[in-house]
Design a protein around this ligand. Sequence first.
Ligand code: SF4
Ligand code: SF4
Length: 722
Amino acid sequence: MIQTAQDMKTYRKKIHKALGNQFLRKALDNFASSYKASRVKAFEGIDLEALRCRIADNKDHALPHLESLFQQFKEKAEAAGAVVHLAATAAEANDIIAQIARDNGVRAIVKSKSMTAEEIHLNDHLEAEGFTVTETDLGEWIIQLRHEGPSHMVMPAIHLSRRQVGGLFTDVTGRPVDLEDIDRMVKVARKELRPAFLAADMGVSGANFAIADTGTIGLVTNEGNARLTTTLPRVHVALVGLDKLLPNLEAALDILKILPRNATGQALTSYVTWITGAVECAASSTGKKILHIVFLDNGRLALARDPVFSEALRCIRCGACANVCPVYGKVGGHALGHVYIGAIGLILTYFYHGKNNDRAIVRNCLNCQACKSVCPAHIDLPYLIKQVYGNVLKDDGVKPAKNTILSFAMKNRKLFHGMLRMASVLQKPIVQKDAGVLRHLPFVFGKSQDFRTLPALAETPFREQWPSLRPRISEPVYRVALFGGCLVDFVSPEQAVALMKLLTVHHVQMEYPMGQTCCGLPAVMMAETETAVEVAIQNLQAMSPCQYDYILVLCASCGSHLKEGYRRLLASKPELAETLKTFQSKIMDFSSFMVNVLKVDPQKFVQTHTSVAYHSPCHLCRGLGVTREPRELLRTAGLNYIPCADEDVCCGFGGSYSLDFPEISAAILNQKLDHVESTGAEILVTDCPGCVLQLRGGMNQRGGRVRVRHIAEVVAENLKPR
Ligand code: SF4
Ligand code: SF4
């Protein structure tokens, strides 16, 4: 039975429980590491990017024509002896399938794995109608016996240990099963399931593809149980989401190339079954299989017409968005999904299972972009998640107080900056001056934030230091503007000072446009789109992109939002299109500017060979696609870069995420810091002030000896004296 938290209080309890499940965390960690390595290997020699683009294109071409593709499919499949139905809702699909069973005198049903059947809670309905239903996929059978839902779309029982499964099998069979012997457990399952196959009058399957021009369905499986389900019983019912319709086999074969590789890192799946019409069947009195194909709408046609969310229907259910999600890796699918799991689950739940089931889970996203980077259908999952969150807030008509306060302040730059200045005065009694941190946290943060120290606001923000600091370079090689962002400006101005020092040495004139304000990403995280748009327009105007060769960022999150986020936000403002294009073409991160534009010379740096580990910020490596340059810059600047495990995995900051979900943030952070400490490096370097805040705060709190610095600071410190 699926019990998804409908409010934050209940959800926090659920998260707390999931985080306490040590087996779950270890199992998901182990899977995530092996998955990443196998995936890379599985895609060797394949032009993955071209394949992803073709899949997205094929899906986008099919989605506006689902009704005509359905008609075409129906004609072809019925000509081949199948009966094709269209169910508008989950209830209708359940009724159709139960009626097919009654009409054919069915008593016992076997089922192969189908997320669409999970979506409509088919088993519950059929059992309530008096039929016996046996799941035959091993994972699905296990969770059916435990009366729970899947915790992963491809590996439904990944949350269970072998001992739990062995104990369950002992109870079910009444015979002791060795709790360590997995092979033996598989044999037990086979022995228990074989009679169910032989006794079944009806098999129910899903389908990965429905090919319109031949009326064929395609099933991709690993265990062979779907072959038995679709061939042995005299009646076969395939339940298929309308989104599985494709015009032809070629489009399906592209998906087939990517599906097993992306799902589990396998080059091939064990079984691919294509079924066209009613085939011969000895169990049937007519000698022909009774084949019914039930297509499910359940909101898909409306979704296909939605200009923002239709993208979600490109999903091929590979489950990869969960495999790489750091939040999923800590709490598992029962806490990060309803029926559909992981990033796509946070989106589809709203449309298929209603806002109440999505209200809490949809907030549980760090915006780390890992899901987007592996999605084979190029779905912008983090963006859609924030849009769904916005819809939930709108539907509920109630916003968290922080949304209202921050939105109001952010729209007015002077008020916003005034509030930050006032906070820097008010914090004085709790600042530990020598360390630049707050001695204890203000009560608004509560105990939950104890997993890291928090930095004090700077006494003098960078914008106030700037007039006296501004260098004047005669005949500069470039004129650049710094987009500081709130953290550099008000918390870590020393990072901007380091940049200025480096630029001055390289004869680059830096400017700091004073009209700039927060990049607006926090507003996006809070689903305050209107505020995010207003702030984007203010920055576009303030940064006067035509006046500079480059606009530099020291914050990867700001950079990625200015470059990519603004494109989505300002898409409906054609009057700003030209300025936006110029602005985006000039945004560059610090390391790329140093390496690719200035081509910095190692001769300018003292080769200290200090050992440094590196944390690759999500919005730099995935948002801006920058991976080589920071590492190259560290080496050029005379530092000894030591690779570290999971460098590109999120640090758990996510801006306001770490305030909303401190326990998950802490779990992700601590794993990162364990990896860093195991390298033996003296310094941990990164290129985002938000990551510095999180990593340094965590390192301080655990009493670690690794210093955490922004890359601009360590590079500037290694400059040779002039
Ligand atoms: S953006 Fe990151 S945290 Fe959010 S769903 Fe995707 S992988 Fe998970
Ligand atoms: S959203 Fe993308 S990554 Fe996630 S299951 Fe669907 S296709 Fe796979």
